[in-house]
Design a protein around this ligand. Structure first.
Ligand code: S3P
Length: 419
């Protein structure tokens, strides 16, 4: 199998959510180009509409007229966040600072995901938050006057950090968040670009009180979590090379590429000019022979969404790969430790669960069997890469769930294969 060509993967999901949210909170007309038109981002658009800021259909060039940092209005109905944890947790931060009640609901997977991690800091700021007894959705946020906070987060989570920062923005109060390790920093970068004062030192972020945010003009770069799948395909191919331009190369997001280089991959990251405060560049990937590696707690935050893919690549590497310090994988769109290990075994790979990760034994045995995605988009795409390899006979039960983050994934995957 040979790969070839130039593929611009769709816009970054984390930046797309934040662009919509900050456009809604800014004063005046914001312009967003190349937003990701996926189901998760659509959930954020729908929820903002229900809070009084209409968002047009997601196309290459949209304009949103924001109403200011304290202007969202009471929703008439439940806020349906679909499958999107980012929508729920970030918007809950803003809702906590508004004098009304909002009830957040979502699909079966989102309803099982932990919300206490944001309810606790929002309560500490003065909001009343009711979380479902098993810690999930429905979650009801009774907003009001919030006060300043200094919060020590137990997990390195950009969603928790951003919920607190957004609550601070919407309430006009200073906030400080300490994380055990630095999570993705798109919220901080965007706030700075819109005129807020944000200071980051190590894994601590401090936001000064905000009165207003300037309108946003942004072109959303391509998503490094989506280009990861095509990079993996190129690395596992037998010939050719693949170029993936315009990808967000923010250091808090590209741990996957650093890990791939450690595995022996021939990879070039060519950084170009930055866009909207984010470094952007082209990834060039070539077929490579891979070896197993150890992924540890310090590596995890910058590659959290790519760990299912690392596990699939490890199945084709020489030697064993161990992933540790990644217990948060158990509370993603599926329990990604259990789902990935069960699926690797189902296609003939030796793999074991660890409480906080997994071990995978690489081999060149043919990969055959049936994969159950549990509706998890990243599991479908990671095993989709293995399915595309010559000699594989892998069936995937649900291929449509990729719509959450990368609606054109299957087309792009076949486009990357030239013979
Ligand atoms: C995201 C943060 C991460 C990541 C998710 C998107 C974000 O979640 O897994 O896909 O946009 O802030 P956590 O904050 O729960 O680690």
């Amino acid at each position: 199998m040979k790969v070839g060509g130039v593929i611009r993967v769709p816009g970054d999901k984390s930046i797309s959510h934040r662009a919509l949210i900050f456009a809604a909170l800014a004063e005046g007309a914001s312009s967003i180009r190349d937003i990701l038109p996926s189901a998760d981002v659509q959930s954020t658009a729908g929820v903002l509409g229900a809070l009084g800021v209409p968002v047009p259909p997601l196309s290459n060039d949209i304009t949103i007229v924001g109403r200011g940092v304290r202007a969202l209005t009471a929703p008439m109905d439940d806020l349906d966040c679909g499958n999107s944890g980012t929508t729920t947790r970030l918007v809950a931060g803003i809702a906590a600072a508004r004098p009304f009640t909002s009830r957040f609901v979502g699909d079966a997977s989102l309803s099982r995901r932990p919300m206490r991690r944001i309810a606790d800091p929002l309560r500490a700021m003065g909001a009343r938050v009711d979380v479902a007894p098993a810690d999930g959705l429905p979650m009801t946020v009774h907003g009001g006057n919030l006060h300043t906070i200094e919060w020590r987060s137990e997990t390195a989570s950009a969603q928790v950090k951003s919920a607190i920062l957004l609550a601070g923005v919407a309430a006009g109060v200073a906030v400080t968040v300490h994380e055990p390790a630095r999570s993705r920093d798109h919220t901080e970068r965007m706030l700075t670009a819109l005129g807020a004062t944000v200071a980051a030192r190590g894994a601590t972020v401090e936001l000064a009180p905000v009165d207003r945010l300037a309108p946003l003009r942004i072109r959303v770069p391509a998503d490094p979590s989506s280009s990861a799948f095509l990079t993996a395909l190129a690395v596992l191919a037998h010939g050719g090379k693949l170029a993936l331009p315009d990808v967000c190369l923010n250091p808090t997001r590209i741990g996957f590429y650093r890990a791939l280089v450690r595995m022996g991959a021939e990879l070039v990251l060519e950084e170009g000019e930055s866009q909207g405060g984010e470094p952007v560049g082209t990834i060039i990937a070539r077929p490579s022979s891979l070896r197993g590696i150890d992924v540890g707690r310090d590596d995890v935050p910058s590659m959290i969404d790519e760990l299912p893919l690392v596990a699939c690549l490890a199945a084709r590497a020489r030697g064993a790969t161990t992933i540790r310090g990644a217990e948060d994988l158990r509370v993603k769109e599926s329990d990604r430790i259990a789902t990935v290990v069960a699926n690797l075994r189902a296609i003939g790979v030796n793999a074991d669960e660890l409480p906080d990760g997994m071990c995978i034994e690489g081999s060149d045995r043919p990969l055959r069997g049936r994969v159950l995605t549990h509706g998890d988009h990243r599991v479908a795409m990671a095993f989709g890469v293995l399915r595309a390899l010559p000699g594989s006979a892998i069936e995937i039960d649900d291929t449509s769930c990729v719509a959450v983050s990368y609606p054109g994934f299957w087309d792009d995957l076949s486009r990357a294969v030239v013979s």
